[in-house]
Design a protein around this ligand. Structure first.
Ligand code: CO
Length: 634
């Protein structure tokens, strides 16, 4: 299998690169992430098999610098061919949180005499049964901790025994501000004792008194195998061609998505992936009012990818892709079965019954599912790309896991900001906002973006009954203009057009971004959250393509306390967007008002968007889908 410029990193590449970087750093250096430095777009587009491929890796981590120096971590760029290494100190923000930091925060908190005393005051004496969750405190760094130090806020939960779900017993009112750089709890915030809830939150199979016996088996079989072809990380399925990988910040990435249309392989997206995400809490409680984790840029969601299990996570004829990550010590680890790919029957694709001839034509819809699931602390996020026979591309985010909680005394709940989900357990209201970066390349690099919506027309001579409406189409000409929000009442969508390329009807070929009815950031525009997560203030941004501009809140949002990096900064240039290489950024998400049914583990909640061809094809491209065997006429 030949190496491609976008081939994911191998174990050998990671370990070779880590050794070269480590040789430039002190003994104390620890790694938190590694990714392939993707070659420039023009180089990738110009690549033909057999060309020399340059392999550059970016390592990120911490190296405990001299006292008084900023402790933001390092970025080590290494070229595997020349073995050249460039080490950059991270001065704007800090490296993402890695396992070594996580362990340090837990150890420091549990060793702190003040924390121990506060736990004893709550009746907790066996600290082995205490689970500590370190949280990013970006934007709300305690004033006693110097800028440039690494900081976590540690909150605690108590288990009944080592296998228990600790989240059922949150320790209310106690937050340890951990200064990792100084190796101590710098400040212990204690708002007073609230009794621990008593009801169990066990959701594991062994803890259920009985299982229902009414469900009969469903087997998914494809006796002739799946319809896709895989070569390394390149996939072909029903006209679609793409490559797939996992990036530490961006998670599951689709590269160079195109469609084989007759003799021509027509490009659609150069790269499509999560860019950043934020989970801001609306509760005023001091346990939650600072929380707004960036699970992509602060926690490296892609490094927290699950290893999936056939028959449990994924059903049917599955192809798995593995993913290699770097351990804190520079060794590599393979997450087996990190990406799941399979086909699903999706009901009716199209149907018509001709009542005069009594003939029926019906076709089955099918989709290709490419997915990965990530566990970030208490929560799971699944990212599911779906490709459909009719050309539709869909992103569905699946949210599950365990909701954030507080303990409350009887009668103290505040149902508008933290509804009761179990006896003496409340869950704060919050949002999950996911910003996807969609680098369109529709039949070439230069595209334009239009906002299209239904516009009711005034009563006039040609509209005497007031029934008329039209599709109003507005070119988004510049980056400042291209900051837009959903408007479901007007069926608003955004259309990416190649003005140079015409279809068989003489119109410019296009794809539309069809959003769901999705919120934007609810935090006040003057809030710290709005500054740090500026991308989430609008559902749509369009920018001019820029090499390396992947992450909507900047590359290192961890402890970037004032924010300001990324999308809003790039858009300040207000560059022209007409017939340019444009990048579309779409934020989709949910405002989560927790329910009792979300406890103790949350049934999947969904959000996402679709991309649909609009005149990319000249007509329904699925007329050649054969009828199912069951309905084929003899
Ligand atoms: Co939620």
């Amino acid at each position: 299998m030949a190496i491609h410029p976008l081939s994911p990193l191998t174990v050998a590449e990671i370990e070779q690169g880590a050794a070269l970087v480590a040789a430039q750093l002190g003994e104390q250096a620890t790694f938190s992430a590694v990714n392939l430095v993707e070659p420039k777009k023009a180089e990738v587009l110009g690549y033909t098999p057999g060309d020399a491929v340059v392999r550059q890796l970016r390592f990120v981590g911490y190296d405990y610098p001299e006292e008084g120096q900023r402790d933001g971590g390092f970025e080590g760029i290494v070229n595997l061919q020349t073995e050249a290494v460039v080490i950059n100190r991270i001065e704007t923000g800090q490296a993402a949180i890695g396992l070594a930091d996580f362990v340090a925060a837990v150890t420091i908190t549990k060793a702190d005499a003040g924390w121990q005393e506060a736990m004893r005051a709550r009746g907790v004496t066996d600290f082995d049964l205490v689970q500590i969750d370190p949280w990013p405190t970006g934007g709300y760094q305690h004033p006693s901790i110097p800028e440039g130090h690494r900081v976590h806020r540690a909150i605690s939960f108590v288990k009944e025994d080592p296998t228990d779900n600790a989240y059922a017993r949150p320790v209310q009112g106690l937050i340890a501000h951990v200064d990792i750089t100084a190796g101590k709890v710098a400040y212990l915030e204690d708002h007073g004792v609230v009794p621990l809830p008593t009801q169990s939150g066990r959701y594991d199979a062994a803890s259920q008194p009985e299982f229902r016996d009414s469900l009969r088996p469903i087997d998914i079989t494809q006796p002739e195998g799946a319809s896709f072809q895989v070569d390394g990380h390149a996939v072909q399925w029903e006209g679609f061609n793409f490559r797939v990988s996992i990036h530490p910040t961006n998670g599951l990435v689709l590269h160079q998505l195109s469609y084989q249309d007759g003799d021509e392989n027509r490009s659609i997206l150069y790269r499509a992936a999560l860019s950043e995400m934020v989970v801001p809490y609306g509760d005023t409680d001091p346990m939650h009012n600072w929380k707004h984790v960036f699970d992509a840029g602060e926690a490296n969601i892609g490094s927290l990818t699950n290893s999936l299990t056939l028959g449990c996570d994924c059903l049917g004829e599955i192809h798995y892709f593995d993913h290699n990550v770097v351990n804190w010590n520079g060794t590599a680890r393979t997450i087996e079965n990190a990406i799941c790919m399979h086909e699903e029957d999706y009901g009716i694709l199209w149907k018509h019954h001709d009542s005069l001839t009594q003939s029926t034509e019906v076709r089955r819809s099918r989709r290709l599912v490419v997915s990965a699931v990530h566990t970030v602390g208490n929560y799971e996020y699944g990212f599911f790309w779906y490709l459909y026979l009719d050309g539709t591309i869909q992103m569905e985010v699946k949210l599950t896991g365990i909701i954030g909680v507080s303990a409350v005394a009887d009668g103290d709940e505040r149902p508008d900001v933290a509804p009761l989900v179990a006896p003496n357990v409340t869950s704060p209201i919050h949002q999950h906002l996911f910003c996807f970066r969609l680098d369109f390349n529709i039949d070439g690099t230069n595209n334009s973006v239009y906002e299209v919506e239904a516009e009711p027309l005034p009563i006039a001579e040609d509209n005497p009954q007031g029934t008329a409406f039209r599709a109003k189409s507005t070119l988004l000409e510049s980056e400042q203009q291209a900051q837009r929000d959903c408007y479901p009442q007007r069926s608003r969508y955004w259309k990416v057009v190649n003005p140079e390329r015409k279809n068989g009807l003489g119109k410019a070929v296009a794809w539309k971004l069809l959003p769901s009815a999705t919120p934007t950031l609810l935090a006040h525009e003057d809030s710290i959250i709005a500054k740090r997560a500026g991308f989430a203030r609008h559902n749509l941004w369009v920018t001019k393509f820029e090499e390396g501009a992947f992450n909507a809140a900047g590359d290192y949002p961890n402890l970037l306390n004032s924010g300001g990096e990324g999308l809003p900064k790039w858009a300040e240039q207000n560059r022209n967007l007409e017939a340019e290489d444009v990048v579309v950024w779409h934020t989709t998400g949910v405002t989560h008002m927790p329910r009792p049914e979300d406890w103790p583990v949350m049934p999947v909640e969904y959000c996402g968007f679709s991309l649909m061809p609009v005149g990319f094809f000249d007509r329904n491209p699925t007329l050649d889908v054969p009828p199912s065997k069951a309905c084929a006429k003899d």
